[in-house]
Ligand binder design. Sequence first.
Ligand SMILES: Cc1cc2nc3c(=O)[nH]c(=O)nc-3n(C[C@H](O)[C@H](O)[C@H](O)COP(=O)(O)OP(=O)(O)OC[C@H]3O[C@@H](n4cnc5c(N)ncnc54)[C@H](O)[C@@H]3O)c2cc1C
Length: 388
Amino acid sequence: MNEIVKKEVCCGCHACFNACSKGAITMEEDDKGFRYPKIDSKKCIDCGLCKRVCPVLKNKMSKNETKAYACYNLNEQERRDSSSGGIFILLAKEVLRRNGVVFGAAFDDNFVVKHIKITTEKDLIKLMGSKYVQSTIGTTYREVKDFLNKGVTVLYTGTPCQIEGLKSFLSKDYPQLYTQDIICHGVPSPKVWEKYKAYRIKKDKEIPTGISFRNKDQGWILFNMKFFYNQKTYCKNQTQDLFLRTFLRNICLRDSCYHCHFKKKSRISDITLADYWGVQHIHKDFFDNKGTSLVLVNSVKGKELFDAIRKQMVCIETNFEQALQYNSAMISSVKPDKNRDFFFEDLDKLEFDELAKKYVKRKSLFSRVVRKCRNVVRKAINKTSEKT
Ligand SMILES: Cc1cc2nc3c(=O)[nH]c(=O)nc-3n(C[C@H](O)[C@H](O)[C@H](O)COP(=O)(O)OP(=O)(O)OC[C@H]3O[C@@H](n4cnc5c(N)ncnc54)[C@H](O)[C@@H]3O)c2cc1C
């Protein structure tokens, strides 16, 4: 066997890698910086397990009815340090209180994003906050299985494909496993992130002590990329920061994110967390620009965990369908930027600022006005020629 699933749909969840007991699968980085399984034919015994655990080859649907809530954490500091309404930290603390283990995406010492486990509240900060880069799963699925077999409570958090990958790897339900996914826009390339980081470090002439992709100094809606240094900070909002611009322009996401298999209303996770974009139009009282979460409770276990943290937040039931109107990433994949292939071709050739200037830099006010005028004139000409 030389391919588990077609490259363009492989989400890089590591289920096959974790499942192969022969060590025949390694996860290798491609030229865009994303990891894909590589099979060593000398070690492979053709048992087919890698295909059986691949979540892309399955189409799991939950039969449960989802309930939706608008929520935010009552603790101001925890809410400020979180990307949305700070609900993840409440779920995680509850599981730690039950002597459980929490898995999620963290920075390592070099600000590379990886899935890790934590067992104490003091380490919770490592998992908090969205990191807009694909996180490497490593052998965490195997670790989860070991914990579950020992009867330990586990909360595993990540993107929808990572949760489906874990569940598929485990292949049976464990009562003490809780899973929490997110509404996911798509995951940027770790190689693009490396390149941006190197550019920032060179420009700011210092190694950062901390990084936030969702700093709320200017509020929740217009969020900042913030680098913390010993004596100074770098802080630019999503319309100005070059990495956030590449992310939001959909130019550097993984191939599979453009036709994601896991975008659906019936999630198999217990809880789905998201930003409650548009909350100001639906529940005015829940908007103070400090971050409001959309929480989707997808299962009985999810309800039990959610009920356990309910006193620690402000919460109201909301209309699922109405909320989704402002968050299409729940059900639809974004379209790739038309220059994505050229962007990746230039990735090794250009410095990050040159790359961004070429592909995602905002046009000057003058050229935007010229373009608008040109469009108005073009439309007028088209209308006239339609009439004639
Ligand atoms: C790549 C990405 C894309 C997203 N796209 C959307 C979107 O389109 N619409 C929307 O409403 N919300 C999106 N979110 C979710 C949102 O940004 C918040 O993460 C979520 O609402 C939880 O917020 P919180 O305040 O409760 O907790 P926080 O403390 O802000 O979040 C912590 C949680 O995020 C997880 N996490 C952080 N980085 C990653 C990562 N790289 N991979 C996997 N898990 C990660 C941690 O494991 C932990 O579970 C996205 C998040 C990520 C990471």
